[in-house]
Ligand binder design. Structure first.
Ligand SMILES: Cc1cc2nc3c(=O)[nH]c(=O)nc-3n(C[C@H](O)[C@H](O)[C@H](O)COP(=O)(O)OP(=O)(O)OC[C@H]3O[C@@H](n4cnc5c(N)ncnc54)[C@H](O)[C@@H]3O)c2cc1C
Length: 153
C-alpha cells in the first residue's frame, strides 16, 4: 500500500467532516481497535507490528515513516504557584487573559480554553496586550473570583 495507515484504539473524536474525509480517502486505511507493538527497521523504519485488541491477532505492515500522536501537556512549569491552573496544568485566565496574579497574563496553548489553534493564540495576544496597557493605567477591572481562588487577592 502506498499511502497512510492510521492506527487507533477506538473511534475518532475529530469533527464529523474530518472523519468523513479520512474514511473516504483512497490512500488512507483505518486500523481500529489496535495498538502498535513494535516498530522495526535497520537504518530507517521498515515495518510496524500491530495487535488487534479484540481478536489479539498480530499483523506486520510495511512502513517508511511513523508519526506518533501523544496528546497534549501544557508547558506551564515556568509559571509556578500560586498562579491558578486546572488539574492538567493549564493556566486559568479571565476574559482579559489576566491570570490569578495581577499584571500577569497568559495566552495561547498554555491557557485553559476550548480550542488550541493559531487564531486563538493570536487573538489572545491582542487581548492581553490591550489588557496589560489598561493594567498599567490602573483601569483594568480585575477578576476577584479568580484571584481569591488562587489565594493572591
Ligand atoms: C502538530 C501540530 C499541528 C498543528 N496544526 C495547526 C493548524 O493547522 N492550524 C492551527 O491553527 N493550529 C495548529 N496547531 C496548533 C498551534 O500550533 C498552536 O495552537 C499555536 O502554536 C499556539 O501558540 P502559542 O504561542 O500558545 O504556543 P507555541 O507556538 O507552542 O509557542 C510557545 C513558544 O514558547 C517557547 N518556550 C517554551 N518554554 C519557554 C521558556 N521557558 N523560555 C522561553 N521560551 C519558551 C517555545 O519554544 C515556543 O517557541 C498545531 C499544533 C501541532 C502540535
Amino acid at each position: 500500500m502506498s499511502g497512510v495507515r492510521s492506527f487507533r484504539r477506538n473511534e475518532f473524536r475529530a469533527s464529523k467532516i474530518l472523519q468523513e474525509r479520512v474514511r473516504s480517502h483512497p490512500k488512507v486505511e483505518l486500523v481500529l481497535d489496535s495498538v502498535v507493538e513494535d516498530i522495526s527497521g535497520s537504518d530507517i523504519v521498515e515495518t510496524v507490528r500491530i495487535r488487534n485488541l479484540k481478536t489479539q491477532a498480530l499483523r506486520t505492515v510495511e512502513a517508511t515513516g511513523v508519526f506518533i500522536f501523544v496528546g497534549f501537556t501544557p508547558n506551564s512549569g515556568l509559571v509556578k504557584d500560586p498562579i491558578e491552573k486546572d488539574a492538567l496544568g493549564y493556566v486559568l485566565t479571565d476574559q482579559n487573559m489576566a491570570t490569578s496574579i495581577p499584571g500577569m497574563f497568559a495566552i495561547g496553548d498554555l491557557r485553559k480554553q476550548l480550542t488550541k489553534q493559531i487564531t486563538n493564540a493570536v487573538g489572545d495576544g491582542t487581548t492581553a496586550a490591550v489588557a496589560a496597557e489598561k493594567h498599567i493605567e490602573g483601569t483594568l477591572r480585575p477578576n476577584p473570583g479568580l484571584a481569591a481562588r488562587a489565594g493572591v487577592a
